[in-house]
Design a protein around this ligand. Structure first.
Ligand code: AMP
Length: 362
């Protein structure tokens, strides 16, 4: 099939890499010829030009998007003629923290207490209701911790609101979590579902740096609890493709922080670590094919992000159980340039390889 991707970043690139062995062709609706996917398929640089978008769409059999920041108008326009998976509902929900949390509440999936905030008096009221500490976040366009302010005392109210630059925001109660987990799952067009094991994620300054999968010390009931939240959500929104739940583990209570309607950085370990990677499973789902086995190939897996600078890549290549994935991007502060996956059948060996590559960790 001719698969179109709205966006041409590293996620589109990795989708392409897993689509080719299945005989598909790739098209990208890109912002520039230099985007990380642009050499992996036919690229349409659009500048919001409807004619280019139409040409792109005419050249595809099915379309997907690689980020929740995709313009929903483009999705709606293309959906008039061909299928866009996961679809506009998954996109519109995850583009707005308020809509996302309202849905979670409706489905009885635990999330932080929240209130929408449009001015200082809303914020004061929300703080009275939710208490402090709390986090103020813009409802839209926030990622990797951007557009967020941790409020510890009422004296910070004005400063916090100013940091939102007048944008609609959401105040969330601060969750005192033990660790951050994520669950990556995939749903097919026939409603079939598959899950990867829960992964544990470590962030630095809001950016994911290390994922260990499966997360250690996960009881079967915790995994099942996460899966049950996933079932309600995916079924409710009739999502097709991969979706990721970012979770806080707070004394064995799982609290959803965020939903990503797509393949996720915390699922990159599946490239070498699972029987079928998250990328291949997304491609399978949107091309109406049977979903692949999500079980792990090695008992212990890790993923380290390469942020800002390429660093000692030869060291990665020399590490027996490590795999290097670079996205063909220029070095820039805090930019995701690539990642490393590490696989092992012993936790000690995994840890040793992680330590060996500690240049890449903060
Ligand atoms: P987000 O952009 O919403 O994923 O937030 C980025 C990071 O901020 C998360 O990975 C958490 O480490 C932290 N964070 C976000 N929301 C909360 C919360 N309600 N309570 C505690 N920490 C949070």
């Amino acid at each position: 099939m001719r698969i179109g991707v709205l966006g041409a970043g590293q996620l589109g690139r990795m989708l392409a890499i897993s689509a080719y062995p299945l005989g598909h062709q790739m098209r990208f609706l890109a912002l520039s010829e230099e985007d990380p996917s642009s050499l992996l398929g036919k690229t349409f640089v659009h500048d919001n030009n409807p004619e280019v978008i139409q040409k792109f769409s005419n050249d595809c059999d099915v379309v997907t998007y690689e980020t929740e920041n995709t313009d929903i108008n483009i999705v709606n326009e293309i959906s008039k003629t061909i299928e866009v998976y996961p679809g506009d509902l998954s996109l519109s929900l995850t583009q707005h923290r308020g809509r996302e949390k309202t849905l979670l509440q409706k489905l009885n999936i635990p999330c932080a207490p929240f209130e929408l905030v449009n001015n200082v008096s809303d914020l004061t009221r929300a703080i009275n209701n939710i208490g402090l500490p709390a986090i103020l976040k813009t409802t839209e366009d926030g990622y990797d911790g951007k557009g967020q302010f941790l409020i510890k005392s009422e004296s910070q109210i004005d400063e916090a609101w100013e940091a939102m630059s007048g944008e609609e925001s959401i105040l969330e109660g601060f969750i005192d979590f033990k660790r951050e987990l994520s669950l990556v799952a995939v749903r097919g067009t026939d409603g079939s579902l598959k899950y990867y094991p829960l992964a544990e994620n470590s962030h630095h300054e809001g950016i994911l740096r290390l994922t260990v999968a499966p997360a250690q010390e996960i009881s079967e009931s915790l995994q099942k609890k996460a899966e049950s939240y996933m079932i309600s959500l995916l079924t409710e929104i009739k999502h097709v493709g991969v979706l990721t739940l970012e979770l806080f583990d707070s004394d064995d209570e799982l609290i959803v922080n965020e939903i990503a309607p797509r393949v996720h950085n915390s699922g990159h370990w599946t490239i070498e670590g699972a029987q079928t990677s998250q990328f291949e499973n997304h491609i399978r789902a949107i091309t109406n094919s049977p979903l692949g086995d999500t079980s792990i190939k090695s008992q212990f897996n890790a993923m380290i992000n390469i942020i800002g600078k390429y660093g000692p890549t030869n060291k990665v290549l020399e590490t027996r159980n490590a795999h290097l994935h670079l996205y063909d991007k220029k070095e820039r502060k805090n930019r995701k340039l690539g990642h490393i996956t590490i696989t092992s059948d012993s936790y000690e060996e995994l840890q040793k390889s992680i330590d060996n590559l500690s240049d890449y960790l903060p």
